[in-house]
Write a protein that binds this ligand. Structure first.
Ligand code: FAD
Length: 501
């Protein structure tokens, strides 16, 4: 038995993906075992967006050894308790996809099954009234989850909003302090080994060459190694997720910043709003055959909370994934491996997930088909699950008479999604096979929010008298609100300094 023969790893690209890879792998592998080099090109630059995350990022930051308070200060970060969807079901309607869960299971039945029973008996309060993360978010307050199951704070979960450029710089400092070597240069070409088709080295435009045993392609939408050099195909999912452009612009800080992202449906797509400490991130994600770039920018600028800072930036993308994001001695991480559009803030999550799975299937040799095969299977299945979740937001709409929304309501959807919708409609069942990222509470929030009404509830929720349940729920609702009122305002909690002027 021998250890891996991969001892020189080269990361191509210094965007969020590149520096997350360098920081994570340098926290796992000592430099004497694995040398890490990052090649990044100032000439080419980064995509420059990506400000909202989901709760598993805490796991990543802990693994890298990041102190939360320091990280939030360095990245102008705020807390995030969920996403508010405005006008997605129909104009004038809004709901939240909060993190965490609405309450603990009772007598073996999920909390929402009891609520469905009460609702069928005329109970007036929505499930969101019991969902601590949402109640807290709407009051613009914040606190950490508690490990005491008797308090509703035990149901909380949170993530962050941050400036992705600053996050990259923060990670770079960590990686460089752990001996990661950085080369500032543009890769002109990628040389393959004639014998086995693996990548042997990179030719830089300044004439230098960079050799390695294994390469991580973090070159963004370019996919310089995985696509151009190794010819791995891109599977286009735009028949399910039709947005293909975005225009983004920051606006001046609004005080106090709210601890949730807002996603507002528009005629040709949707608009995000993300409150950071020093500014607000805004963008309009749209379908280019329904609106011109100029019209999209005008729509975005007309719907800001505060004056824009700088000029709008346009981005083009095709939703989908690399059929094999790992091949030979190359792993694609970040936008080079695919993009599912930013609706549920999953891109940065997939970077971390790819890195964790890569570490778990670290190649024993330059070309290790066994590890490569299992890696591609795991990542492929998870992307499909998340794809279904995103498609659902579009598909289950009641915005009748609008071309985009009529189109996505009528489009054929994957069988796996049809099955999930049927199960939920039949009995409020939201535990689906192979769900690793978005689980029961996530589907529950979005299924109810997008207007799917369960026809029945779990019979286990019939095991106690109705009056007892009603008074228990009333007491719980009061407690959730009282506990939320006792939490500190989000901004005070952050200790956010007022915007520098
Ligand atoms: P990039 O940022 O494009 O970095 C590519 C790097 O490769 C750069 O350093 C570049 O210099 C380098 N490079 C390229 N070619 C060469 C070369 N030839 N030689 C040397 N270096 C090279 N994600 C979220 O999680 N949450 C969000 O809210 C979110 N919002 C988004 C909104 C939009 C509209 C878009 C398009 C994306 C969003 N994302 C979001 C995704 C997120 O921006 C990306 O996943 C993340 O920034 C990672 O990008 P990257 O590092 O893969 O690519």
């Amino acid at each position: 038995m021998s250890a891996s023969t991969v001892t020189r790893l080269v990361i191509v690209g210094g965007g969020t993906a590149g520096w997350m890879a360098a920081a994570f792998l340098s926290s796992l592998f000592p430099a004497r075992q694995l040398t890490l080099t990052v090649v990044e090109s100032a000439e080419i630059g980064t995509v420059g967006v990506g400000e909202a995350t989901i709760p598993p990022i805490q796991v990543f930051n802990k693994a890298v050894g990041i102190d939360e308070a320091e990280f939030l200060r360095a990245t102008e970060g705020t807390y995030k308790l969920g996403i508010e969807f405005v006008d997605w079901l129909r104009p004038g309607h809004r709901y939240m996809h909060p993190f965490g869960q609405p309450g603990q299971a009772i007598n073996g039945a999920s909390f929402h099954a009891w609520w469905l029973r009460l609702k069928a008996a005329g109970y007036p309060h929505p499930l969101s009234d019991f969902w601590m993360s949402e109640v807290l978010a709407r009051k613009n307050r914040f606190d950490f989850p508690s490990s005491d199951p008797r308090t509703p704070k035990s149901t909380l979960s949170y993530a962050y909003h941050f400036d992705a450029g600053l996050y990259g710089q923060f990670l770079r400092r960590i990686a460089e302090s752990r001996s990661v070597r950085r080369i500032e240069a543009t890769v002109g070409s990628v040389a393959l080994d004639g014998a086995d088709g693996t990548v042997s080295h990179l030719e830089l435009t300044d004439g230098r060459r960079v050799e390695g045993d294994f390469f991580i392609d973090c070159t963004g939408f370019r996919g310089l190694l995985i696509g151009h050099a190794l010819g791995r195909e891109y599977e286009d999912w735009s028949h399910y997720l039709p947005a293909n452009r975005a225009v983004a612009v920051p606006s001046e800080r609004v005080a106090p910043p709210v601890p949730y992202t807002t996603a507002t449906a528009r005629a040709a797509g949707w608009q995000w709003r993300i409150n950071l400490r020093h500014r607000t991130g805004n963008g309009y994600v749209y379908v280019s055959d329904l609106i011109s770039d100029d019209e999209a920018a005008a729509m975005l600028l007309a719907n800001l909370d505060a004056p824009a800072v700088g000029d709008p930036r346009f981005l083009r993308f095709t939703t989908g994934r690399r059929r094999q994001s790992r091949h030979k001695n190359v792993l694609a991480v970040g936008l080079s491996s695919g993009f599912l559009e930013p609706l549920e803030s999953t891109s940065i999550h997939f970077i971390q997930h790819a890195l964790i799975k890569f570490a778990a299937t670290f190649p024993l040799a330059k070309d290790d088909p066994v590890s490569t095969g299992i890696y591609n299977r795991i990542m492929g299945e998870e992307l499909e699950q998340v794809r279904d979740f995103l498609i659902f937001h579009y598909h289950a709409n009641q915005r009748v008479g609008e071309p985009l929304w009529d189109r996505v309501r009528a489009m054929p959807i994957p069988d796996s999604l049809v099955e999930k919708m049927d199960l939920f409609r039949a009995r409020g069942f939201a535990i689906f096979p192979n769900q690793t990222l978005f689980q029961e509470p996530n589907w529950l929030a979005v299924m109810l929010g997008q207007g799917i009404e369960p026809q029945a509830y779990d019979p286990l929720a019939d095991t106690a008298p109705l009056e007892e349940i009603r008074s228990g729920f009333d007491a719980m609702r009061r407690t959730v609100h009282q506990v939320a009122d006792s939490c500190r305002p989000h901004e005070a909690f952050l200790g956010a300094a007022p915007a520098a002027t």
